[in-house]
Design a protein around this ligand. Structure first.
Ligand code: GLA
Length: 392
């Protein structure tokens, strides 16, 4: 869809003229490595995608926000004086949660009409939800007259909306990268301090192929919340036995080992082991990627996948199939699940001249094993959230 078509749809829906219309967008993401450790005080290494959630918006002079999407029949009208009332709605609770949180934190809101359009595949683990939150926050804050937005604060606010309003206990990674992403770069983010650096994503003869398992969405949020609480329980076991740690990722592997016998529940120990080893791999990844040592970087991705599969148990048969198949394809130097897991996407680092072959073999083998086809995406590292003249 081109701008003209989106604006036409907006005008058909809300009437009026083009005057006052503004366009905002925020991207989805992949995470190179550092999975499920943002909420354990670790480092993560995400990059924004070229795929975005776009919002066409215009003030409406009323005391309400109306919103709709190009691909859904739902229409929502949220009153500015009762934003706390839209928690359970089928579609739109992310937007209402962000509006509610902006208001609670003292941002001025103005009534407006919004039309959402997304090119981030929905429910694929590429942070379509975070991109909706961040674009909503940016749009509403700007329309409300905010001048100098601190995008890092916007990310934290969006995470709070998702935790408190939507009820998903996500970490900070997705909102953060969607808010501050930079073209051709990944960010190396310390999730405890929120300090970060931009790292050029230079892969030379290699490219990242994203494989979507297309696995049906099953209880992803509740499994995610369960993992999070298992990590809290693991930390509690350690601290009840003489440890004094704020987060799991502060520990080295030898320290964790010294508490091994304190765990009656072996599962909790394995969850903690994933966090501790993943933090080490993530820090090493920064070194190898910066040095251009892609082979070593790739082998860390594989180790990370094994850890999240066996110790964290956050993959599932579909992601495991993609990983196994990728391992056997010529030209692949690294492969792992990305994002929350339990279905969703895999990223594989593949020689550019082998990428087409990768897709062919993966498509065939995966379909044979799982019974339906995967989908593939090719995306460079994109820009973070922004007001734009033309969306992409
Ligand atoms: C989801 C969450 C993130 C992060 C990842 C796993 O995407 O929203 O905060 O925890 O899972 O790394």
């Amino acid at each position: 869809m081109i701008d003209g078509a989106l604006i036409k749809q907006f005008l058909e829906l809300y009437g009026g003229s083009e005057e006052g219309i503004r366009i905002f967008q925020a991207p989805g993401r992949i995470n190179l490595i550092g999975e499920h450790i943002d909420y354990n005080g670790g480092h993560v290494f995400p990059a924004a995608l070229d795929m975005n959630t776009v919002v066409i918006a215009r003030p409406n002079g009323k005391d309400e926000i109306r919103f709709a999407a190009t691909d859904l029949p739902d229409r929502v009208c949220a009153k500015l004086d009762s934003l706390e009332n839209y928690k359970g709605i089928k579609w739109g609770s992310y937007q209402c949660g962000v509006a509610y949180m902006l208001q609670r934190e003292g941002y001025r809101l103005t009534g407006c009409d919004m039309l959402f359009h997304g090119t981030v595949p929905f429910g694929a683990g590429l942070s379509s939800s975070a991109s909706i939150e961040v674009v909503t926050a940016l749009c509403l804050a700007k329309l409300g007259g905010a001048k100098q937005l601190v995008m890092e604060d916007i990310a934290v606010l969006c995470q709070k909306a998702e935790n408190e309003y939507v009820g998903m206990s996500c970490g900070i990674m997705d909102q953060f990268i969607s808010a501050v992403g930079k073209k051709d770069h990944a960010i190396f983010l310390n999730c405890r301090t929120l300090e970060y650096e931009y790292v050029p994503l230079e892969l030379g003869d290699y490219t990242i192929v994203i494989t979507n398992t297309n696995a049906p969405h099953k209880l992803t949020d509740s499994q995610y919340n369960q993992r999070r609480s298992e990590c809290e329980r693991a930390l509690a076991v350690i601290n009840a036995n003489g440890g004094a740690y704020q987060t799991l990722c502060e520990m080295g592997i030898a320290e964790l080992e010294s508490f091994r016998d304190c765990f009656q529940d072996e599962v909790l120990y394995r969850r903690a082991r994933h966090c501790v080893t993943e933090e080490m791999r993530t820090i090493l990844s920064l070194k190898y990627l910066s040095e251009g040592n892609l082979e070593m970087f790739g082998s860390l991705l594989k180790e990370a996948n094994v850890s999240i599969r066996d110790d964290y148990e956050a993959t599932g048969k579909e992601l495991d199939a993609v990983f196994d198949i990728a391992e056997g394809i010529d030209g692949v130097i690294g492969s792992r699940m990305t994002g929350g897991g339990f279905g969703g996407c895999n990223i594989s680092i593949v020689r550019k001249d082998k990428a087409e072959e990768f897709r062919q073999i993966m498509n065939e083998e995966y379909t044979k094993r799982i019974g339906y086809a995967p989908a593939f995406y090719q995306s460079g590292a994109g820009q973070g959230a922004a007001e734009v003249e033309k969306w992409r």
